[in-house]
Write a protein that binds this ligand. Structure first.
Ligand SMILES: O=P(O)(O)O[C@@H]1[C@@H](OP(=O)(O)O)[C@H](OP(=O)(O)O)[C@H](O)[C@H](OP(=O)(O)O)[C@H]1OP(=O)(O)O
Ligand SMILES: Nc1ncnc2c1ncn2[C@@H]1O[C@H](COP(=O)(O)OP(=O)(O)O)[C@@H](O)[C@H]1O
Length: 303
């Protein structure tokens, strides 16, 4: 089995100080190392419970990576890995964003030290104020024909206006690395809008969260992705780029294939019959941000 480091991982742990990081194979699988201090175990427990839980509606399962069990992986010194569907396997030039949901990232029964560490990050970022924070993203830069990923430090410093601007940049064809410039929001309707777009998917998820009391998704992320291969820019450099969507492989127009998934279940707890207000509140807020961008894509945003 040929394993390699994922090309487009945008957040989370990576191989460091002798600890393994995630790997992918060429068969569409993503291997996530089992993390220590019960996080790995807890994540496995969630995936096993979720896979067999008959109360989870089928249409909701598509928002979660398919789980293929655990496996000791040779290429990673025999470390035990959680084997998941590689969510990016079918994308050739993906733009990806990881958005950590909730207005708090600590969970009941966490140690005081851990709560304090999370609280600091939550108040320093948009978690406490907006109910979510952008943990990481990578966009395909159409001008440079390459991927651009901001440093973590830069994202940690984002306030609400910066997060709003970043959500515009994520669907823009210009000014990616220049954090101060105005994004053109060229792909906003193809990615955030439409009957298969991000907003529609988030609203479906929200309907479930308004009722589900099975799990509490502490510190869990929404992973948004879309395909750039099919997005063609017009040649008129002076004008706002004309964007046409063409999918060469399938001959379809409008095929940015926006996808919304949930990832990172290391801190999921039983819902015990109680609505997950923390995740739901963050989701509602995130939906409002995207709705505002869709409604006024040309509005100039301040950084
Ligand atoms: O160590 P840090 O400060 O980078 O925090 C990690 C988070 O990074 P971030 O706050 O987004 O920059 C990291 O967040 P991302 O996955 O990068 O969104 C995780 O929350 C990680 O905890 P866990 O693996 O989910 O248990 C977090 O690790 P722990 O602090 O819980 O060990
Ligand atoms: N199933 C998956 N397929 C593809 N990429 C994934 C998958 N799960 C996670 N990732 C990538 O790895 C990053 C970190 O994942 P996460 O589960 O949050 O790890 P950690 O527990 O180390 O924070 C995500 O932001 C995303 O880029």
């Amino acid at each position: 089995m040929q394993l390699k480091v994922p090309e487009h991982q945008v957040a989370g742990h990576i191989a460091k100080d002798g600890k393994p990081g995630p790997l992918v194979d060429d068969k569409g699988r993503f291997f996530k190392p089992l993390q220590g201090d019960s996080r790995g175990e807890n994540e496995v427990k969630f995936y096993e419970s979720f896979a067999t839980n008959t109360e989870v509606p089928d249409h909701i399962r598509r928002f979660f990576p398919v789980y293929h069990g655990t496996q000791a992986v040779e290429g990673s010194d025999g470390a035990a890995m959680i084997v998941l569907e590689n969510l990016l396997a079918d994308y050739s030039k993906p733009s990806v964003m990881d958005v950590k949901m909730g207005s708090r990232t600590w969970y009941p029964d966490a140690s005081e030290e851990y709560v304090q560490k999370c609280l600091k990050k939550d108040t320093d970022t948009t978690t406490a104020s907006a109910g979510f924070r952008i943990s990481g993203f990578e966009v395909y830069d159409h001008k440079e024909s390459s991927f651009w990923k901001p440093e973590r430090k830069l994202l940690r410093g984002l306030k609400v206006d910066g997060a709003r601007l970043t959500l515009r940049k994520f669907v823009s064809s210009n000014s990616l690395s220049d954090m101060g410039s105005k994004p053109d929001s060229a792909f906003v309707s193809s990615v955030y809008g439409g009957s298969n777009g991000v907003l529609t998917q988030l609203l479906e998820l929200k309907t479930w969260f308004e009722n589900q009391t099975l799990y509490h998704f502490n510190s869990c992320s929404i992973l948004m992705v879309y395909e750039n291969e099919s997005i063609l820019k017009g040649n008129d450099d002076d004008a706002r780029p004309q964007v046409k969507l063409v999918d060469f492989a399938h001959g379809n127009d409008d095929d940015a294939r926006p996808q919304v998934k949930l990832v990172d279940f290391a801190h999921v707890l039983d819902g015990n019959g109680v609505i997950d207000h923390n995740f739901l509140g963050g989701l509602c807020s995130f939906i409002n941000f995207l709705r505002d961008i869709l409604q006024s894509p040309d509005e100039s945003a301040e950084s």
